[in-house]
Ligand binder design. Structure first.
Ligand SMILES: Cc1ncc(COP(=O)(O)O)c(C=O)c1O
Length: 290
């Protein structure tokens, strides 16, 4: 029996959290938030990272920034955690589920290609579902249990059919495809720091991107869209989706441990053979039997 995930607080967690408690920097801003974002961007190989209150809220903000709404669909695989679909439903859009390949536990790209070819059409450079004419602006692959499929092919399909890729890489911290980190292929990628993830902040998430404007927008939207540093001026509907400094302090300590806790093999793999059974023995703990 291998523990799929369990919090490992073997580093500076106590020290950094105590620092927050001692200094009073426990809440919505602080040096640990900035440091955690910097470390996360560096690790994922992206230019920017924006901390969020969870992986779910990270996904939601990405979709909001893409303007996804009730007239839209978002393509995603049929094996994932419910939060992927919840984040889509928050925008009013509906998920289109593509079957997962049994070998990789990733979206079956033959089926995805077939779907694009047979069921969609382009209108003014935007992908639409033929059946009802609704837009399909976003493709959201999910790197389930750290597995990554053929990202070259997935990205090529997305480009060909004019859909933006937002990666649900919440389960894939430390996973690479051809040396490139999960979450860095799409326009944006997301991570989760829930208790059952590779590292944890108790609860938390991250958006990673190379796009400066999107990173700034994500920070703005996740902090109530406050447009003045002093006055309570808000220029659009914002969200309270920040990661608090005391949680980010744990995150910094966890990031320090991360390189040492990753198997070197992960750097070259793009999927592991999934001839295993996975089940949940409680709401928050999963164990994997190989
Ligand atoms: C595939 C997937 N998507 C989204 C999430 C949501 O992350 P969080 O629990 O941090 O909101 C999770 C993790 O729980 C997940 O496994």
């Amino acid at each position: 029996m291998l523990l799929l995930s369990g919090p490992n607080m073997a580093g500076n967690e106590w020290k950094y959290v105590k620092d927050c408690l001692d200094t009073g920097w426990v809440s919505s801003v602080g040096a640990y938030v900035d440091q955690f974002e910097k470390m996360s961007a560096e690790f994922a190989g992206t230019r920017y990272a924006v901390a969020t209150s969870s992986g779910t809220t990270a996904l939601h903000i990405c979709l909001v920034m893409m303007g996804v709404n009730a007239d839209d669909y978002v393509i995603t695989p049929n094996i994932t955690f419910i939060a992927t679909c919840n984040s889509i439903k928050y925008t009013g859009a509906d998920p289109i589920l593509i079957d997962t390949h049994p070998g990789s536990w990733q979206m079956d790209l033959d089926l995805l290609e077939q779907f694009f070819t047979e069921e969609t059409e382009q209108r003014n450079g935007v992908c639409h579902y033929k059946k009802d004419g609704r837009r399909i602006p976003v493709l959201m692959p999910v790197h389930v249990l750290g597995n990554i499929g053929d990202m070259d092919r997935l990205m090529a399909l997305a480009k060909q059919h004019h859909v933006t890729v937002i990666e649900d890489s919440t389960e894939a911290l430390g996973s690479y495809y051809k040396g490139k980190h999960a979450g860095s292929f799409g326009l944006m990628g997301t991570f989760s720091y829930n208790g059952n993830k590779i590292i944890t902040t108790g609860g938390g998430g991250m958006i990673v991107t190379d796009d400066e404007a999107l990173a700034k927008k994500a920070k703005h939207l996740t902090t109530q869209a406050k447009s003045d540093p002093f006055e309570y001026v808000h220029d659009e509907i914002g969200y309270n989706y920040r990661l608090v400094n005391v949680a980010a302090a744990m995150g910094v300590a966890q990031m320090e441990l991360l390189p040492g806790s990753l198997n070197e093999n992960m750097k070259s793999r793009h999927f592991i053979k999934m001839n295993c059974r996975v089940w949940a023995i409680s709401a928050s703990r999963k164990f994997m039997l190989m």
